[in-house]
Design a protein around this ligand. Structure first.
Ligand code: HEM
Length: 398
């Protein structure tokens, strides 16, 4: 679909906005000012596209309370976890209890030794196939397998976990299927948590059981909901970011083989792809329940406000030649990484390190094992949608 003459009519929930189409639209909106108008699920919305204004909005939890959307969305599927807690002190306490497990020694060792083996395992399954879809075979599986293995869940049940995770995520379309998945996952977690209480191991469930902050610890029910939280936050985003990375590289002529020859550029390419085509291109917020002014704009109570991370990441005030996919830019720029890919403020992504590591390792193994990979369907490989942006398929020939 061509984008409309009036960008305020564009609906960021209902339109697919493949590839450049979304970026053209965001450029147009940003050129009219840092805060504009658009639509979301048929409802008029504000959209913040300028980097400086978006950074200020991330830091202003009073005007844009970050928990509201999560209360209205995933809480029904996964239960209460820190992402949807309203009280900032409670949010911080539970965040401190639940997130160190993802920076623990168990995770660092896993990153060194097991991520790579897992990537090889998925590529081994493609033996004998000349053409395949990397979304189906790799990007949609790898992040979930990483989470299941970090949790120490049994390998012969991995297909079940993936099915339950998908059902939890699709709970709006099919609440009954999500409720069944939640129950199955919990029935599975009850003995797994008990077992680790008796015999702690080197995995994330054991770390969650061990965690203590200010004399508090997580109850079993809280452990279950924080494990469920990882599937939508850690699984879907990394699935999208890997798909966008592969789409960007396979879509740039000559880049795949040159990286296969010189893998030292991998971290820069991962970083640039996270800026250039980020999986949470638009993060919806529901504004405060009072009318207010933000950066000179009047925002009525309870308004949809779209945080256009993809637009801020291409703001020419911060990034020279912002629309160019240029992996060398971070080497020459004097400032640190100012992209807003992982959010800012109290909700800044606690999984960013793991996400980057997942991407770097998966990408390195793919380049090593499939050095002559070529895209055969460019249209399907365009990233699509905005809240979770990624390609539908990456059909390739080896
Ligand atoms: C490329 C991959 C990823 C991207 C682009 C991403 C992006 C983000 C963003 C933008 C936020 C802020 C949300 C807000 O302000 O409302 C966030 C929060 C969060 N992310 Fe990530 N994320 C990624 C991977 C991960 C992974 C791998 C995990 C888990 C291991 C994770 C767990 C979380 C959690 C739990 C929060 C909520 C934090 C809070 O409520 O304090 N993310 N992420």
């Amino acid at each position: 679909m061509m984008h409309k003459m009036n960008p305020a009519e564009s609906d960021f929930a209902l339109e697919e906005m493949p590839g450049e189409e979304m970026h053209r639209l965001l450029r147009d909106l940003r050129s009219r000012g840092p805060i504009g108008r658009a639509r979301f699920m048929g409802i008029p919305a504000f959209i913040i596209t300028g980097h400086q204004a978006l950074l200020a909005a991330f830091m202003d939890a009073e005007k844009f309370p970050p928990h509201r959307l999560y209360q209205a969305s995933f809480e029904g599927a996964i239960g209460e976890s820190f992402i949807s807690m309203e009280d900032p002190r409670r949010h911080l306490l539970y965040r401190r209890l639940a997130t160190p497990a993802f920076r623990s020694q168990a995770v660092s060792r896993y990153e060194r030794e097991d991520l790579e083996a897992l990537a090889h395992e998925l590529i081994d399954r493609l033996e004998g196939q000349e053409q395949f879809d990397l979304v189906e075979a790799f990007t949609s599986r790898f992040p979930y397998l990483v989470i299941s293995r970090l949790l120490g869940l049994p390998r012969d049940r991995e297909d079940d976990f993936q099915e339950w995770a998908a059902a939890l995520l699709a709970f709006r379309d099919n609440p009954d299927r999500a409720a069944i998945a939640r129950q199955r996952l919990t029935e599975f977690l009850i003995p797994a948590v008990d077992e680790r209480r008796q015999n702690p191991r080197d995995d994330v469930i054991s770390e969650l059981l061990r965690a203590r902050v200010d004399g508090r610890q997580l109850s079993d029910e809280e452990i279950y909901s924080h494990i469920r939280l990882l599937f939508p936050t850690g699984g879907e985003t990394t699935h999208g970011s890997l798909g966008n990375l592969l789409s960007s590289v396979l879509g740039s002529p000559g880049l795949w083989p040159s990286l296969a020859e010189d893998p030292s550029q991998i971290p820069d390419v991962v970083r640039e792809s996270l800026r250039w085509e980020t999986p949470i291109a638009v993060l919806p917020r529901i504004s405060a329940s009072f009318d207010m002014e933000f950066e000179g704009v009047h925002i009525p109570a309870d308004s949809w406000t779209l945080f256009a991370i993809a637009a801020a990441n291409r703001d020419p005030d911060l990034f020279p030649n912002p629309d160019r996919f240029d992996p060398s830019r971070f080497r020459t720029e004097t400032r640190g990484d100012e992209s807003l890919t992982f959010g800012r403020g109290t909700k800044a992504c606690p999984g960013m390190h793991l996400a980057r590591k997942n991407m770097e390792v998966a990408f390195r193994v793919l380049l090593e094992r499939l050095p002559n990979l070529e895209l055969i369907d460019h249209e399907a490989a365009l990233p699509r949608r905005t809240v979770l942006r990624c390609p539908d398929a990456l059909r390739v020939r080896r």
